[in-house]
Design a protein around this ligand. Structure first.
Ligand SMILES: NC(=O)c1ccc[n+]([C@@H]2O[C@H](COP(=O)([O-])OP(=O)(O)OC[C@H]3O[C@@H](n4cnc5c(N)ncnc54)[C@H](O)[C@@H]3O)[C@@H](O)[C@H]2O)c1
Length: 262
């Protein structure tokens, strides 16, 4: 059972987190719950129920493929019906696939774009009217540092994460000042997505070390660090953030290769 803070701002709030069964999404569910919010976890993975059971009352798991509009519409209706309101939406669900443009099948392109980008559009589309009824709301899109710098062979992923910044701006411009929309762009974070990705290599330990070394802070980030940022920008003290992309990346990609200092 999570010990809760007596947070007066979040105690009247309902938060939906997509992809909340694992990784960054699970950390967001725990962090919002700890701040006294009601938490609705949307995921295709039934593991989401375990997390909700661990959290206790005022948490709800809805099995939902967030790339499908009928499922999203139903899930958001169920969330509002259960908790009476919807204040914060965290569009976090995402998948990673490896291919360059010439190697990417149409099906793979559609899959990555649908899960990583269309889902954020669909969830926002069905959440915004409820937020407008209440007079305010916050949407956080979990993008990636790959919206700014690109790894090799992840063309659909890089495209989806970059486009999320456009969606973020559009929502901020079209629905402000009542609704704020922010993109959070993590560097490498220690989650099942990362662990699965490095297992594809014949030498996972070497890839892990490479990930550590490419960050200026010489470590990988934790899901809790990203969740803390998401809670912050969603809350009272983050009330002046909108339309922006915020990198939380341990300084990844800001050094210039070839400079000699040591
Ligand atoms: N881990 C990293 O290094 C990293 C870095 C930058 C950005 N991100 C982004 O952060 C987000 C979370 O990543 P993570 O590392 O925690 O991933 P993860 O794979 O550990 O967790 C992702 C969750 O999303 C769920 N999901 C996948 N497709 C779904 C769908 N169609 N409908 C509903 N749920 C679905 C999965 O079941 C899983 O629970 C993703 O958008 C990812 O692109 C991750």
């Amino acid at each position: 059972m999570i010990e809760k803070n007596n947070n007066m701002f979040f105690n009247s709030k309902t938060v939906i987190v997509t992809g909340g069964a694992k990784g960054i999404g699970a950390a967001c569910c725990r962090a919002f719950y700890k701040e006294n919010a009601r938490v609705v976890l949307l995921d295709t993975d039934p593991l989401g129920q375990q997390l909700v059971d661990e959290l206790g009352e005022n948490a709800l798991f809805i099995r939902c493929d967030v790339s499908m509009e009928t499922q999203v519409k139903q899930a958001i209706e169920q969330a509002v019906h259960s908790f009476g309101r919807l204040d914060i939406l965290v569009n976090n669900a995402g998948i990673q696939r490896y291919s360059k443009v010439t190697e990417t099948t149409e099906a793979e392109w559609d899959l990555v774009l649908n899960v990583n980008l269309k889902s954020a559009f669909l969830c926002s589309k069905h959440a915004i009217p409820q937020m407008q009824l209440q007079g305010q709301g916050v949407i956080v899109n979990v993008s990636s540092v790959q919206a700014f710098i690109a790894q090799k062979t992840v063309a659909p992923y890089v495209t989806s994460k970059t486009a999320l910044l456009g969606l973020t701006r559009s929502i901020a411009v079209d629905y402000g000042p009542e609704i704020r929309c922010i993109a959070v762009c993590p560097g490498t974070i220690d989650t099942p997505m990362l662990r699965d990705a490095i297992q594809l290599s014949p030498d996972p330990e070497a890839v892990y070390q490479e990930c550590v070394d490419m960050h200026l802070l010489k470590r990988i980030g934790t899901p809790e660090e990203v969740a803390a940022l998401i809670v912050y920008v969603s809350g009272e003290n983050g009330g002046f953030f909108t339309g922006q992309a915020i990198r939380i990346d341990g300084g990844l990609g800001i050094t210039i290769a070839g400079s000699k200092q040591d």
